[in-house]
Write a protein that binds this ligand. Structure first.
Ligand code: PEP
Ligand code: MN
Length: 298
C-alpha cells in the first residue's frame, strides 16, 4: 500500500512519521526492564543499586589493594580502576595496561567484588574482557563505532558513558550499536556534559535520569566525580542522583587523593567514601531501593 493511501484510509485518524531511530533500546522494545548482573552479585536495574568505586587509574598493586579493601568494606560491590587511561595530554599518566588488568582481577577476587575498567581500543577488547567483569566505554569513545561493534560482540556487560557533548538521542543510538551487535547487557552512565561554565568540570544532567527511565529499558547510573570534578561536591551529587532514581553510582576513591596520578581533585578518600555510603542508605530507601549489603566485619 502506498504511504499516502494508508494515511488517507477512513479508519486512520492521523499519520505519525517514525524516524529510523533506536529500536532495541527503547522502553517498549521489551516487556520489563533490563537488569544487568555481574559476577559476584552486583545488579544494575533492580531494587538494589550498584556502587562502583575505586581509583581513576590503577597506579600500583599497593594503591589498588588499599582502595579495593576500603571500598569493599564500605559496601561497594564493583571495583573500578583505569588500566588504559584516555588522557588529554600525551605526557600524562597513560595507565599500566595489562599489568593493571591483572591487579584488578586479583583485587576483585580477593575482596569478592566485580571489576569494571575502560577499554579504549578495539584491539584490547579481548584482553580486557578476559580480566574484567564489565567493559567501560568512556566519554571520548561513545561514538567510536569500531569499538562499539567490537564490544557489541563481546560476552561481558558494558558501561556506556555519555559522550562529552552527546545528545540523549546520540547516546541511545550508541547503545543501539551494542544491542544490535548482540550485547544486551548495557548500562548507561551519565557523567556530566561540557557546558559554557568552567566553575565545575562538567555539568551533571540529572534530568536524564528520570528521562531515560521513560525512554529506555536499560539501567542508568551516575558518575558524579567526573561530572563535578571537585571532591567535596561529589557527595551532594551522589545523593541527588540516587534520589532521582539512578540505578547505581560510579565514584572515584583514592587512598591518597593528593598524590593521585590522575583525577586526585575529584577523588574521595576512603573515609569520605565510607561516610557517603552511610548517607546514601536512607535516600535509597525513600525511593524504594536499597544499597548492597555491607560485608560483616571480620
Ligand atoms: C574514568 O572513568 O576514569 C573516565 C576517564 O571517565 P570519562 O570517560 O567519563 O571521562
Ligand atoms: Mn577519572
Amino acid at each position: 500500500m502506498k504511504r499516502g493511501s494508508l494515511v488517507e484510509a477512513p479508519e486512520v485518524e492521523r499519520g505519525v512519521n517514525v524516524p529510523q531511530s533506536y529500536r532495541l533500546v527503547r522502553r517498549d522494545a521489551r516487556a520489563g526492564r533490563t537488569v544487568v548482573r555481574l559476577a559476584g552479585g552486583a545488579t544494575f536495574g533492580g531494587d538494589e543499586i550498584a556502587i562502583c568505586a575505586g581509583p581513576c587509574g590503577v597506579e600500583s598493586a599497593e594503591q589498588l589493594d588499599a582502595a579495593a579493601r576500603a571500598v569493599s568494606r564500605s559496601g561497594a560491590n564493583v571495583l573500578r580502576g583505569g588500566a588504559y587511561k584516555p588522557r588529554t595530554s600525551p605526557y600524562s599518566f597513560q595507565g599500566l595496561g595489562e599489568d593493571a588488568l591483572k591487579m584488578l582481577r586479583d583485587c576483585g577476587d580477593r575482596y569478592g567484588i566485580a571489576v569494571v575498567t575502560e577499554v579504549m581500543d578495539p584491539r584490547d577488547v579481548e584482553v580486557v574482557a578476559r580480566h574484567a567483569d564489565m567493559l567501560q566505554i568512556g566519554t571520548r569513545n561513545m561514538q567510536n563505532f569500531p569499538l562499539l561493534r567490537e564490544v557489541g560482540a563481546a560476552s561481558k556487560p558494558v558501561l556506556l558513558k555519555r559522550g562529552i557533548s552527546a545528545t540523549v538521542q546520540e547516546w541511545l543510538l550508541a547503545a543501539e550499536y551494542l544491542l544490535l551487535g548482540g550485547n544486551e547487557n548495557v548500562v548507561l552512565c551519565e557523567r556530566g556534559v561540557r557546558s559554557f561554565d568552567v566553575a565545575t568540570r562538567n555539568l551533571l544532567d540529572i534530568g536524564v535520569v528520570p528521562l531515560l527511565e521513560e525512554l529506555t529499558h536499560l539501567p542508568v547510573i551516575v558518575d558524579p566525580s567526573h561530572a563535578v570534578g571537585i571532591a567535596r561536591l561529589v557527595p551532594a551529587l551522589a545523593m541527588a542522583s540516587v534520589a532521582a532514581g539512578a540505578h547505581g553510582l560510579l565514584i572515584e576513591v583514592h587512598p591518597d587523593p593528593r598524590n593521585a596520578l590522575s583525577d586526585g581533585a575529584q577523588s574521595l578518600d576512603c573515609d569520605q567514601f565510607d561516610d557517603l555510603v552511610r548517607r546514601l542508605a536512607p535516600i535509597a530507601a525513600l525511593v524504594g531501593r536499597r544499597l548492597p549489603a555491607r560485608p560483616q566485619p571480620g
